[in-house]
Design a protein around this ligand. Structure first.
Ligand SMILES: *[C@@H]1O[C@H](CO)[C@@H](O)[C@H](O)[C@H]1NC(C)=O
Ligand SMILES: *[C@@H]1O[C@H](CO)[C@@H](O)[C@H](O)[C@H]1NC(C)=O
Ligand SMILES: *[C@@H]1O[C@H](CO)[C@@H](O)[C@H](O)[C@H]1NC(C)=O
Ligand SMILES: *[C@@H]1O[C@H](CO)[C@@H](O)[C@H](O)[C@H]1NC(C)=O
Ligand SMILES: *[C@@H]1O[C@H](CO)[C@@H](O)[C@H](O)[C@H]1NC(C)=O
Ligand SMILES: *[C@@H]1O[C@H](CO)[C@@H](O)[C@H](O)[C@H]1NC(C)=O
Ligand SMILES: *[C@@H]1O[C@H](CO)[C@@H](O)[C@H](O)[C@H]1NC(C)=O
Ligand SMILES: *[C@@H]1O[C@H](CO)[C@@H](O)[C@H](O)[C@H]1NC(C)=O
Ligand SMILES: *[C@@H]1O[C@H](CO)[C@@H](O)[C@H](O)[C@H]1NC(C)=O
Ligand SMILES: *[C@@H]1O[C@H](CO)[C@@H](O)[C@H](O)[C@H]1NC(C)=O
Ligand SMILES: *[C@@H]1O[C@H](CO)[C@@H](O)[C@H](O)[C@H]1NC(C)=O
Ligand SMILES: *[C@@H]1O[C@H](CO)[C@@H](O)[C@H](O)[C@H]1NC(C)=O
Length: 783
C-alpha cells in the first residue's frame, strides 16, 4: 500500500518542483498547493500515530498555530515541522526492568510529501517501527534541514536521498542504521553539518574521500560509529598538502553553524576551517596523522576511546585554537611533545589511559587557561616541580594518578591554582606530604593513596580545608596520630603506620565508611564511635585495639560490614551485636574472644537472603568500590571482592582463631544466604548441627581445629555450592557421606579425626574393619 502511494505523490511533486523554485512560489494558488491541502496532510500524519498525546495542540482551524508547525508569514505555507518526542524511561529496581514512554507510528506517513514548501523537517525521538528510512523523502528536494535522530530507523540508507541536494543539516544519529555505500552522501553538495552518531559505518571505507567532496562541510559528528575500517593517510611531508586537501577541504559559508560564526565574510578563510572534530569511541586503529596539526582552527579535538597508537605528533602543538584536546583511552606511546606549551587556549587536556612515558614537559606550566588536566594511568616518570605548575591559575581538576611521578616543591610554595577542587595523585612515587594542599580552600577531593609518603598528617589539615569531603591517604608510610580535624570528611587512612587512639571527634563523622585497618592504633575504639549512626562499613582490623565489645554498642542499624579482625579484643561476643541485623560480613577473627557463640546470630536478617536475589542495598556504586579494595578470606584464601564487583553478594561470618567455646547451635542454620562460614581454631565442642543443609548458599565452610564430635550429618552432602570444606582436627566419627561432592573432597578436609572413615581417607569403613580397628585399639591399650 505504502509503495503505491509513494509513486502517486512523487510524480506530480517532481514536476511541480521544477517550476516552483525558479518562480519563487508565484504559483502558490494552484489548487493542490492550497494551505487546506497542507492541513489535511498534517492531519493524516497525526492519524498515523497510535498515541496522539504529542498532538494535543493540533486542534482548531489554523494549523499554523499547532505545536511544531511553522508557516511562512507571507505565503502561509508550512515551512517547518518539528515533532520531537522526549522519551522518558524509568527503571524498576527489582528486576531492572526499563520502561519508556514512546510515540509510535508504523512509518512516516507519505502525506508529508504534500508539504511542498517544507524546508525544515525534524522528526526526533519517535519510534517509526524499525523500518528503513523511506525512500520517498528523496523527493523533498526543497529540504535544507533534515533531522531524524533517535527514530528507530534500521537497515540501509536509501541511495535516493542523494537527491536532497539542498540539505545543509543532516542528522541520522541514534538510529541502528548500517551505511557502507556512501554514494548518496557524496551528492549532498550543500551539506554543512552532518551528524551520524551511533550509525554503523564499519563498511564505509571511503568516508573521508566522500567527506572531502562536500565543499561546505563544517561540522561532522561521528561518535560510536565503528570507524574500524577508516584509513587515515600517513601524512608524509611530501604528500601532506594533497593529503589534507583530499580529506578536509573545508570552505567558508554564510550562516556557519559553529561557534564564532564569521557570517558572510569569505575573506581570511583558509582551507582548514574545521573547528570541531569528534571521533570519540569509533574503533579507529591507526597512528595519529601529523597533518591534523594543520587544522589550525580546531577548537575541539576529541579522539578519545579509540585504538590510536604511536606517538603524539609534535605538530599538535600548532593547534593554537584548541580549547579541548581529549586523547584519553587509546594506545599512545612516547612522551608529551614539548610543543604542547603553545596550546595557550587549552582548557581541557586529557591524556589518561595510554602508554605515554617520559617526563612531563615544563612547558605545560604555561597553559594558563587550563581548567582540567588529566594524565591518569600512563608511565610518566620524573619530578613535577613548581615550574610545571607555575601559570596554571585556572586549574580546577588535576589528575595524575597511576604513574611514577614524584612531586617536589619549595616547602613554602603557594600554588597558583587557588580554585582547585580535585587533586588525584594516587599510585605514584610521592615521598612527602604535599603541605601546599592546605592552601586550597576549594579542594573537595584529595587522593594521594598508594604512594610512599612518610611523616605526619598536619594537625590542622581539616580545618584549613573546609570543603574537603573525600580524603584518601591509604597505603602510605604515614606515622603519628590521626588529627581531630579529619572528622568532617570521608577519610581513608588504612594501611599506614598511624598510632594513638581514635580521636573523640570521630563521633561526629557522618560518613558511611570508616576504614582504619592495618595501622598501629590502640585503645578502646567503641567509646569514640558510639554516636556514629551512619556507618555502613566499619573496618578496624589489623590494629592493636583492646577491650571488650561493649553490650551498649548496637545502635547502628545500617551497618553492613563489621571487621574487627586481627586485634586484641577480649571477652564475650555480646548478644547485643545481633542487633546489627543488616550485617552481611561479620569478621571478628584473630582476637582473644571467649565464651560461646550467641544463638541470636541466627537472626542476622542480612544473611538470610542470598546476595543475588537481594536488592542492591549499598549506596556506594560499583565505581567507588572498584577504587577501594576489599579483601576477605574464603575457601582458605584471601580474595579481593572489590575487584570482582562481587562485594554486595558476599555474605560471610568469620570468627576463627579466637577462644570460643560451647557448641554450634541449630539457630545458625537459618542463615540461608551465608556464603562463607569460618569457626576454625576455637574450642568449640558438640555436634555439627543436623540441619546444616538448610544453609544452601554455603560455598566455604571451615570448622577445623575445634573439638567437634559425633557424625557428619548425611544431608550435608546436598549443599550444592560447597566447594571448600574443612572439618580437619576435630573429634568427628562415623563415615563420610558418599556423594558426588564429598567424593571430590581432599583428604585434608577430614584429617585429624581418628574416628572418621570412608570418603577420601585411607581409613575405609567396612563394618568389620571398624570393629577390628576398635578391637586393635583396645588391645593396644592394654599392652
Ligand atoms: C493568487 O491568488 C491571489 C488572491 O487569492 C491573487 O491576488 C494572486 O494574483 C494569485 N496569484 C496567481 C499567480 O495566480
Ligand atoms: C500515550 O502516551 C502518554 C505519554 O507517554 C501516556 O501517558 C498515555 O498513556 C498513552 N496513551 C495510550 C493510549 O497509549
Ligand atoms: C532524483 O532525481 C532524479 C533527477 O534529478 C530523478 O530522476 C529521480 O526521480 C529522483 N528520485 C527521487 C526518488 O526523487
Ligand atoms: C536533531 O534533533 C535533536 C533532538 O531535538 C537535537 O538534539 C540535535 O541537536 C539535532 N541535530 C542537529 C544537527 O541539529
Ligand atoms: C572579514 O574578515 C577579515 C579577516 O578576518 C577582516 O579583516 C574583514 O574586516 C572582515 N570583513 C567584514 C566585512 O567583516
Ligand atoms: C590503563 O590504561 C591502559 C591502556 O590504555 C588500559 O588498558 C587499562 O585498562 C587502564 N587501566 C585502568 C585502571 O583504567
Ligand atoms: C618510552 O617508551 C618507548 C617505547 O614506547 C621507549 O623506546 C622509550 O625509551 C621510553 N622512554 C622513556 C623515557 O622511558
Ligand atoms: C607565568 O607566571 C610567571 C610568574 O610565576 C609570570 O612572570 C609570567 O608572566 C606568567 N606567564 C604567563 C604566560 O602568564
Ligand atoms: C616508583 O614506584 C614504583 C613502585 O613502588 C617503583 O617500581 C618504581 O621504580 C618507582 N619509580 C621511580 C622513578 O622511582
Ligand atoms: C561534635 O560536634 C558538636 C557540634 O558541632 C560539637 O559541639 C562537639 O564538640 C563535637 N564533638 C567532638 C568530640 O568533637
Ligand atoms: C580497608 O582498607 C584495607 C587496606 O587498604 C583493605 O585491605 C580492606 O579490605 C579495607 N576494608 C574494607 C571493609 O573495605
Ligand atoms: C590448632 O590450633 C592451635 C592453636 O591455634 C595450634 O596450636 C594447633 O597446632 C592447631 N592444630 C592443628 C592440628 O592445626
Amino acid at each position: 500500500m505504502r509503495a503505491d502511494s509513494n509513486v502517486l505523490f512523487l510524480v506530480p511533486f517532481t514536476l511541480l518542483f521544477l517550476i516552483a523554485i525558479p518562480q519563487l512560489c508565484l504559483c502558490a494558488n494552484s489548487t493542490s498547493d492550497h494551505p487546506m491541502e497542507e492541513r489535511k496532510a498534517l492531519e493524516s500524519l497525526k492519524g498515523s500515530f497510535s498515541n496522539s498525546s504529542m498532538f494535543v495542540s493540533w486542534e482548531g482551524n489554523d494549523h499554523c498555530q499547532w505545536k511544531g508547525v511553522q508557516c511562512d508569514a507571507i505565503t502561509g505555507h508550512v515551512v517547518k515541522l518539528v515533532l520531537h518526542w522526549q522519551k522518558t524511561c524509568s527503571y524498576r529496581r527489582i528486576g531492572f526492568v526499563r520502561t519508556c514512554s514512546t510515540q509510535n507510528s508504523n512509518g512516516v506517513h507519505p502525506s508529508i510529501l504534500e508539504l511542498r514548501h517544507l524546508n525544515y523537517l525534524e522528526l526526533t525521538g519517535i519510534s517509526f517501527g524499525n523500518g528503513p528510512i523511506p525512500a520517498f523523502l528523496a523527493s523533498m528536494n526543497q529540504l535544507t534541514h533534515l533531522n531524524l535522530s533517535d527514530c528507530d530507523f534500521m537497515g540501509k540508507v536509501p541511495n535516493q536521498l542523494g537527491n536532497l541536494s539542498n540539505l545543509q543539516v543532516l542528522d541520522f544519529s541514534g538510529n541502528p542504521l548500517d551505511v557502507d555505500d556512501l554514494a548518496w552522501l557524496s551528492k549532498l553538495s550543500s551539506l554543512k553539518h552532518l551528524a551520524m552518531k551511533g550509525v554503523g559505518l564499519g563498511g564505509a571505507y571511503d568516508l573521508l574521500q566522500v567527506l572531502d567532496t562536500l565543499p561546505f562541510l563544517l561540522q561532522v559528528e561521528f561518535c560510536g560509529c565503528d570507524l574500524t575500517n577508516l584509513n587515515f593517510p600517513a601524512g608524509h611531508t611530501s604528500t601532506l598538502a594533497t593529503t589534507i586537501s583530499l580529506h578536509f577541504q573545508i570552505g567558508c559559508l554564510i550562516l556557519m553553524p559553529l561557534v564564532g560564526a564569521r557570517s558572510g565574510n569569505y575573506s581570511g578563510c583558509g582551507k582548514y576551517d574545521l573547528e570541531v572534530l569528534v571521533l570519540r569511541g569509533s574503533g579507529i586503529k591507526d597512528s595519529l596523522p601529523s597533518w591534523f596539526g594543520l587544522l589550525s582552527n580546531l577548537n575541539i579535538l576529541d579522539l578519545a576511546m579509540n585504538l590510536f597508537y604511536g606517538p603524539i605528533p609534535s605538530s599538535f602543538g600548532n593547534l593554537m585554537a584548541l580549547t579541548t584536546l581529549d586523547l584519553s583511552d587509546n594506545q599512545l606511546h612516547g612522551s608529551i611533545p614539548a610543543t604542547f606549551g603553545r596550546l595557550s587556549s587549552l582548557s581541557l587536556l586529557d591524556l589518561s589511559n595510554n602508554h605515554l612515558n617520559g617526563s612531563i614537559p615544563e612547558s605545560l606550566g604555561q597553559l594558563r587557561n587550563l581548567v582540567t588536566l588529566r594524565m591518569v594511568n600512563n608511565s610518566f616518570t620524573g619530578i613535577i616541580s613548581e615550574i610545571h605548575l607555575r601559570n596554571l591559575s585556572n586549574l580546577i581538576e588535576f589528575q595524575i594518578g597511576y604513574n611514577n611521578l614524584d612531586l617536589k616543591t619549595d616547602s613554602n610554595w603557594e600554588p597558583p591554582f587557588k580554585y582547585l577542587q580535585v587533586l588525584g595523585m594516587a599510585y605514584n612515587n610521592l615521598t612527602h606530604f604535599p603541605q601546599w594542599v592546605q592552601t586550597l580552600e576549594q579542594l573537595s577531593t584529595l587522593d594521594i593513596s598508594n604512594n610512599q609518603i612518610s611523616g605526619n598528617i598536619p594537625k590542622h589539615f581539616g580545618h584549613h580545608l573546609p570543603n574537603l569531603y573525600r580524603l584518601n591517604l591509604r597505603t602510605n608510610l604515614i606515622e603519628g596520630s590521626i588529627p581531630d580535624s579529619l572528622c568532617k570528611m570521608e577519610n581513608f587512612v588504612a594501611s599506614n603506620r598511624l598510632s594513638g587512639t581514635i580521636p573523640n571527634s570521630f563521633g561526629n563523622l557522618t560518613v558511611g565508611w570508616l576504614n582504619l585497618s592495618n595501622n598501629s592504633l590502640h585503645g578502646e575504639p567503641f567509646q569514640p564511635l558510639q554516636s556514629n549512626k551512619w556507618l555502613q562499613i566499619l573496618d578496624l582490623g589489623e590494629n592493636q585495639f583492646t577491650g571488650k565489645i561493649p553490650s551498649w554498642w548496637a545502635a547502628i542499624a545500617v551497618l553492613e560490614i563489621l571487621r574487627l579482625r586481627g586485634n586484641l579484643f577480649s571477652g564475650d561476643i555480646p548478644t547485643s551485636l545481633c542487633q546489627f541485623y543488616n550485617v552481611k560480613i561479620l569478621d571478628l577473627a584473630d582476637n582473644n574472644l571467649s565464651g560461646s557463640i550467641p544463638p541470636c546470630i541466627g537472626d542476622f536478617r542480612g544473611m538470610m537472603i542470598k546476595g543475588v536475589e537481594a536488592p542492591p542495598a549499598f549506596t556506594y556504586n560499583a565505581d567507588e568500590w572498584a577504587k577501594r579494595h576489599f579483601k576477605q578470606f574464603l575457601k582458605g584464601n584471601e580474595y579481593d571482592y572489590t575487584q570482582k564487583y562481587a562485594y554486595p553478594y558476599l555474605v560471610n561470618i568469620d570468627l576463627s582463631s579466637n577462644s570460643l567455646m560451647g557448641s554450634i547451635l541449630d539457630d545458625v542454620t537459618s542463615l540461608s544466604g551465608l556464603i562463607g562460614f569460618n569457626l576454625s581454631h576455637n574450642h568449640l565442642s558438640g555436634k555439627i548441627p543436623n540441619n546444616i543443609n538448610k544453609m544452601q548458599s554455603l560455598e566455604s565452610l571451615d570448622f577445623s581445629n575445634n573439638t567437634l564430635s559425633g557424625p557428619i550429618p548425611t544431608d550435608m552432602s546436598i549443599i550444592h555450592n560447597l566447594g571448600f570444606l574443612n572439618l580437619s582436627y576435630n573429634n568427628l566419627s562415623g563415615s563420610i557421606p558418599t556423594n558426588d561432592h564429598f567424593l571430590t573432597s581432599d583428604n585434608r578436609s577430614f584429617a585429624g579425626n581418628p574416628h572418621l572413615c570412608g570418603g577420601p581417607l585411607a581409613n575405609k569403613c567396612s563394618m568389620k574393619k571398624t570393629m577390628i580397628t576398635v578391637i586393635r585399639k583396645k588391645r593396644c591399650c592394654f599392652t
